[in-house]
Design a binder for this molecule. Structure first.
Ligand code: NAG
Length: 216
């Protein structure tokens, strides 16, 4: 009876330790290819790994940015399991002329954006609502500190592309328009918060749908 109680306590303790793995861990082995995406903490036998596990071709070409003017291909550890436990990931973002990456933030990572092609108005806002923004040209980089709202727009006269690099294998993404207007917050609250009428709000929703800002 006593041993059962002790085992139960031990199990509870172990479960709590699993739940506490909330950050990018420091690797204690060369790499950890997860046995399954839902179980990133158990690794495949390393002798089964091949070079294919550590290469990714999915951002060789631009995503379909023609539809809404912008397309991002996030490459995190779920999409590219070779990144598991390595504490980093990346994204390719393609912009049509005038295309916009709406204000958004990554709760778990600082990002460095490197302009692969084009001219991009790029910036972030700090917690004093101070803006830091300028037009970046091909080959230039900008850093977006962890958790701060940032944005980009192609201000050149040809398509543009950015490679974003994150110091987390799973940076997370919150788009401000989607979070505020697409999550189901009570209409009355949105009206009061933004000084909009019901009609203006529904016009906004139609327009955002059109712009494909509310992604499914
Ligand atoms: C990994 O695979 C190798 C080769 O098949 C085998 O010798 C080794 O025992 C395995 N290691 C583990 C921890 O299963």
């Amino acid at each position: 009876m006593l041993t059962m109680k002790i085992s139960a306590l031990l199990l509870l303790f172990l479960l709590q330790s699993i739940v506490a793995f909330g950050s990018d861990p420091d690797p204690v082995m060369d790499f950890c290819l997860p046995i399954s995406p839902s179980n990133p903490l158990s690794c495949k036998n390393a002798s089964l790994a091949t070079v294919q596990d550590f290469t990714f071709s999915g951002i060789k070409f631009p995503g379909n940015f023609k539809k809404s003017g912008f397309f991002a291909t996030p490459v995190n550890s779920k999409i590219f399991p070779g990144l598991n436990t390595l504490g980093m990931s990346f994204v390719r973002a393609d912009f049509d002329v005038g295309g916009v990456n709406v204000p958004h933030f990554h709760p778990r990572a600082t990002e460095i954006g490197y302009v692969l092609e084009g001219k991009i108005y790029s910036g972030f806002i700090d917690t004093n609502n101070k803006i830091f923004a300028k037009v970046l040209e091909k080959g230039e980089v900008m850093v977006f500190p962890r958790g701060l709202i940032h944005f980009q727009m192609n201000v050149g006269d040809s398509p543009a592309a950015i490679l974003g690099n994150f110091d987390s294998q799973n940076p997370g993404l919150m788009k401000i328009p989607n979070a505020v207007f697409g999550s189901g917050i009570k209409v009355e609250l949105l009206e009061k918060a933004f000084g909009l009428s019901t009609k203006e709000l529904s016009q906004l929703w139609k327009r955002m749908d059109y712009l494909d800002l509310i992604q499914k």
